[in-house]
Design a binder for this molecule. Sequence first.
Ligand code: ZN
Length: 265
Amino acid sequence: MQIFDTHTHDYFHTFDKDRDEMLKEDFSSGVMGKVQIGCDEETSLQALKLARTDEKMWATVGIHPCYVEENFEKREKIFNIFEKLLKENPKKIIGIGETGFDFYHKDSDEMREKQKTSFIQHIQFAVKYEKPLVIHTRNARKETLDFFADEISKYKNVKAVIHCFSEDAHFAKTVTEKYGFFLGIGGVATYPACKEIRNAIDETPIKFLITETDSPYLAPQSKRGKRNQSKNIKEVIELISEIKKIPLQECSEILVKNAKQFWGV
Ligand SMILES: [Zn+2]
């Protein structure tokens, strides 16, 4: 089976002891690509550093909404660093983010404004360098759709994925049909309580679906709570194959093709 992990954080410390074995295991289990996602200045550098060790790995640079507040004053400096990295590694850095809205952990009007400012900055940067955006949204379903309606039409050719898609069919329909965005489907879709996500998968054409782990987090149901890794995406592909009534092998090939097309690799 072919697997493409469009969103992982393999540079996290939880893999320090056995990262090489873990990567080897993934690559020998059908994993054909991994995108290491940056969450701030330091982790974007770590993502790039790891991505450079294998031709099947790439990286993104960005400031995760949960880290916007602490980086807000120095965001210009950070984006200058991102710009320099992009110019030096145009083939390895293939996307911008993760960015977006997260009102789950903390919430205030001021924080929302800052996340919005950062989100807009990421969009402009992605458009300038013609890279896809990685969008995180948590406890912000309506705010994200309202933001898209206000902001996305201002730019041409915004390419994006709603990472760790956990919304409903209405959200999926809006972002795929209106903006052509992709949905990143991960372990959460396999959790028994998450019927809404499976319903959205059912209603969305498969050409908009790509797979991810958000590793080390969000292992699929059979490994729930444990450290996640790209090979576990098999369980997610099995789910999509079942919902879409597409044979497993064919389904995995379509999902890999979608991922490659999305990232331009
Ligand atoms: Zn992530």
